[in-house]
Design a protein around this ligand. Structure first.
Ligand SMILES: Nc1ncnc2c1ncn2[C@@H]1O[C@H](COP(=O)(O)OP(=O)(O)O)[C@@H](O)[C@H]1O
Ligand SMILES: [Mg+2]
Length: 258
């Protein structure tokens, strides 16, 4: 399998604060990756760089084998222009899972409208697609509700359906359950599980739900100090972490780590 995402010696600072320090990261096409690590360690920054919301200071980011933040001009590698970034965003089909639904549209309209506007589907195609996605996220009976008539977990599942309707090659999830009441977390994670088993989409998820990461991910990355400290199968990372920093971090979540 080839790498769909590659960070090569990427550094990124905010003022004096070095958030990414020569980061090297490879994600295989179709891989389901869980990114764990302390708060403030730069996990969100990694996702924002991929979404082109945050630039890099050094190194290269490749998506689908193409430079995201650089382009070739007159035989030279230069910082990407707005146009290059725009073209790359179009090509990649990457979605950053966000919570905010349009409050004045019903659930199904929230999933239909971007398909019509962005994917140029006609109304009935968009509706068919939306209906099948509502089945997937288990909300077939809530399609005509407005967001304020749905629980937080249900809104989150509509947002996942909306993202999926764009047929993304890559999906990025940033702590999507952190704003939810504990009893609603499971229903959202169940949908992600289904996604992981039914879709070939590459998924990067930042999470504090260690049980979820263990079950969902093909691979877990522990990120700290601007670098990947340890990466491996969930069973390796959670049951037998090798690095001291990983052990210390996991102790807060899991009791039986020595
Ligand atoms: N736009 C920004 N300007 C200044 N500092 C930022 C900005 N974005 C993030 N940071 C800082 O960079 C560090 C890493 O942030 P973030 O990537 O959000 O970490 P995480 O998602 O792992 O909690 C934090 O200390 C944060 O305060
Ligand atoms: Mg974050």
């Amino acid at each position: 399998m080839e790498n769909i995402i590659e960070f090569q010696n990427v550094s990124k600072s905010f003022g004096e604060l070095k958030v990414l320090n020569n980061l090297n990261l490879q994600v295989k096409d179709g891989e389901k990756l869980a990114l764990i690590g302390p708060s403030g360690s730069g996990k969100t920054t990694i996702l924002r760089i991929l979404m082109t919301l945050e630039s890099i200071d050094d190194g290269f980011v490749l998506v689908n084998g193409e430079n995201l933040w650089h382009e070739e001009k007159n035989g030279e590698i230069v910082t990407a222009s707005e146009k290059h970034l725009h073209d790359m965003r179009d090509k990649i089909g990457m979605v950053f899972q966000q919570f905010n639904l349009f409050p004045h549209l019903t659930a199904i309209q929230n999933v239909q409208q971007p398909q019509i506007l962005i994917k140029q589907r006609n109304k009935s195609e968009a509706k068919d697609k939306a209906e099948s996605l509502f089945d997937l996220v288990g909300l077939g009976d809530k399609m005509d509700h407005y967001p304020h008539q749905l629980s937080g977990g249900q809104q989150q599942r509509v947002a996942i359906a909306r993202a999926l309707a764009m047929d993304p090659k890559i999906m990025l999830f940033d702590e999507i359950t952190s704003a939810l009441d504990p009893e609603l977390v499971d229903e959202v994670l169940t949908v992600l599980h289904k996604l992981a088993s039914d879709y070939e989409t590459t998924i990067l998820t930042v999470t504090h739900e260690m049980n979820f990461a263990r079950e969902f991910a093909d691979r877990v990355l522990f990120f700290d100090g601007g670098q990947i400290v340890e990466s491996g199968l969930p069973s390796e990372i959670f049951s037998n972490p090798k690095e001291v920093r990983t052990k210390e971090f996991l102790k807060k979540f899991i009791n039986n780590i020595n």
